[in-house]
Write a protein that binds this ligand. Structure first.
Ligand code: ADP
Length: 541
């Protein structure tokens, strides 16, 4: 309870007319009760709040006159306890419409009370609006997220038509996709469900102006306002009254039109509802645009994969023939060669081998992309794997004047894996090691590490800067780029090796210091995980 700092009532009862006049000017309803519980004064606002305009409240028993505010008469008993009643909210229907009052009681000296009724209707309405706006925004946010996440165009269209109707209390909605002179209802709900799949003439329709002006159109009663519209038969058939049409535009591309309707006789769509339909249409248009881009990107990617697969396959056949003829020449089956001719044939064979390995790399990449790499588990050992890879890597290293060694423990470390896949990874790492090393050597090391084995390819070459380490496993990535780069290659080797390593349940990591060298480590489980085999089923490679 708050006490007034002075005691205006006791000496002034009854209130002088000047004070009364001032109290009548207040926006709050004021009633003063004497200690006998009778009303000594009530201003006009209090009379309005009690719907007792013009009634002489003075002299009335407070608890009776103010019963609408204080159903419990004890609240107005002139004692300290009564004066401590907390402020309460009371809703009333007054001559000026529904009102909400915050009613409080303050105690004065000598047991008098002041009852105050503050009209808080606008504040309450503002709070209600803010709450409903918040709820609306939240549901809108959820729908926008759903649309943004949806990948399938059909689902986006279904979601749009359902939400366009739901968010604006529509009885039906449809999305029309424009196909030249005509539009087709591709997704419909509620009242407009029978129109699904139907075609509409665009010429002379409201859709034309919606598209031309890129803005929505709202109609109070379609058939009254547009009795001869090309779509009026359909509107009559479904009983559409109020209609809103909004265009689906994203980045200058027209994706269609969304139409929301209410049954004939229902009230027209309000401005906030039209705004919501427009906002929903904008969100949906972006989602459709994204889906379209993704579809195009996917189609382009598929075309690229197919092209790579076909072209590398087509190159492999003639290359095999070239390699065969080179073999015949080198073996002098087609006639004797002098030294110069032998050298030329050797260079041809070297280039053919390089070309073959590049084509094989591209083929493996394309098979990985299309999920066509199949595994074949077999028993092997660390030393056997290192030796078979070493058979390819050693000549590459020694040809560049580099030392080469294989280091593995004497005891046999058996493992079950796809030996061909592991060999391919090691050959790839070993070829890189030889390619990027000018001095020193290349080592293939093997050891057991707990329940796994580690096959490591170490070189003393140019190394890789830390900033480049993060991206070297990405497809088509090379540290040195441009046509003048000092090293050849496709930029696919490490990417493919990394993916093949994962395929056999392994992990490929790298440690490197510029100008000191690099170590690529392949950690493999002792047994090929069942998932690797089960996923791919066959032994085809
Ligand atoms: P590329 O066919 O170009 O060799 P890779 O995918 O095998 O493609 O390697 C990608 C890049 O990683 C190489 O271009 C090179 O810059 C770097 N790189 C790979 N291995 C080594 C290595 N042992 N030493 C230094 N750099 C390497």
């Amino acid at each position: 309870m708050r006490r007034l700092p002075f005691d205006p009532v006791a000496p002034l009862l009854p209130l002088p007319s000047l004070l009364e006049a001032v109290l009548h000017l207040l926006d709050d309803g004021i009633a003063v009760l004497g200690k006998d519980g009778r009303i000594v004064f009530a201003n006009e606002e209090m009379e309005r709040a009690l719907c007792l305009e013009g009634t002489a409240l003075v002299g009335a028993i407070g608890s009776e006159a103010l019963v609408e505010f204080f159903p419990d008469a004890s609240s107005l008993r002139p004692n300290k306890h009564a004066a401590g009643v907390p402020a309460r909210r009371v809703e009333r229907m007054t001559a000026a419409g529904p009102r909400v009052y915050e009613v409080s009681v303050e105690g004065l000296a000598q047991g008098a009370l002041v009852v105050r009724a503050k009209d808080i209707s606008s504040r309450v309405e503002a709070e209600r609006l803010a709450r409903s706006q918040l709820a609306e925004n939240e549901s809108f946010r959820v729908v926008a997220c759903l649309m943004a996440e949806e990948r399938d165009v059909r689902q986006v269209l279904e979601l749009l038509s359902a939400q366009a109707a739901a968010q604006c209390e529509g009885d039906g909605a449809t999305v029309i996709q424009i196909e030249g002179e005509r539009g087709r209802a591709v997704a419909s709900v509620g009242l407009l469900t029978p129109l699904r799949g139907r075609e509409f003439l665009m010429g002379g329709s409201l859709a034309e102006s919606v598209i031309r002006n890129r803005t929505s159109v709202a109609i109070t009663d379609f058939l009254t306002q547009y009795p001869d519209h090309p779509w009026s038969d359909a509107a009559r058939e479904v009983g559409a009254g109020p209609v809103v049409l909004a265009p689906l535009f994203a980045h200058d591309s027209l994706m269609g039109i969304v139409t929301v309707v209410r049954e004939r006789g229902r009230e027209a769509f309000a401005d906030p509802e039209i705004r919501r339909i427009r906002a929903l249409a904008d969100q949906a248009a972006l989602a459709l645009w994204k889906s379209r881009l993704l579809d195009e990107a996917e189609a382009a990617n598929q075309a690229k994969d197919e092209f790579i697969a076909v072209i590398s396959h087509e190159l492999r056949t003639p290359l095999a023939a070239v390699a065969g003829y080179e073999e015949l020449l080198a073996e002098e089956i087609l006639g004797p060669l002098n030294e110069e001719q032998h050298n030329a044939v050797d260079r041809m064979r070297w280039s053919t081998k390089l070309l073959t390995s590049i084509i094989e790399e591209i083929l493996t990449f394309s098979r990985l992309e299309t999920g066509e790499v199949h595994l074949n588990a077999e028993s092997t050992s660390v030393r056997a794997l290192l030796s078979s890879a070493g058979a390819v890597v050693e000549p590459l290293a020694t040809a560049r004047g580099l030392a080469f060694s294989i280091n593995a423990p004497n005891e046999k470390i058996p493992l079950t894996t796809d030996a061909d896949v592991v060999r391919r990874v090691l050959v790839n790492l070993g070829s890189n090691a030889a390619k990027f090393t000018q001095r020193g050597g290349v080592e293939l090391n093997g050891m057991r590490v707990g329940s796994r084995v580690c096959l490591a390819v170490r070189d003393s070459g140019i190394g890789i800067a830390e900033v480049d380490l993060r991206r070297i496993f990405d497809a088509f990535t090379q540290v040195h780029t441009g046509t003048a780069r000092p090293y050849g290659g496709t930029g696919l080797g490490l990417h493919t090796a990394h993916r093949l390593a994962r395929l056999v349940g392994g992990e490929l990591t790298v440690e490197s210091t510029p100008d000191r060298g690099s170590t690529f480590s392949l950690l493999l489980p002792l047994t090929l995980p069942a998932a690797g085999l089960a996923d791919r089923g066959s032994t085809q490679r």
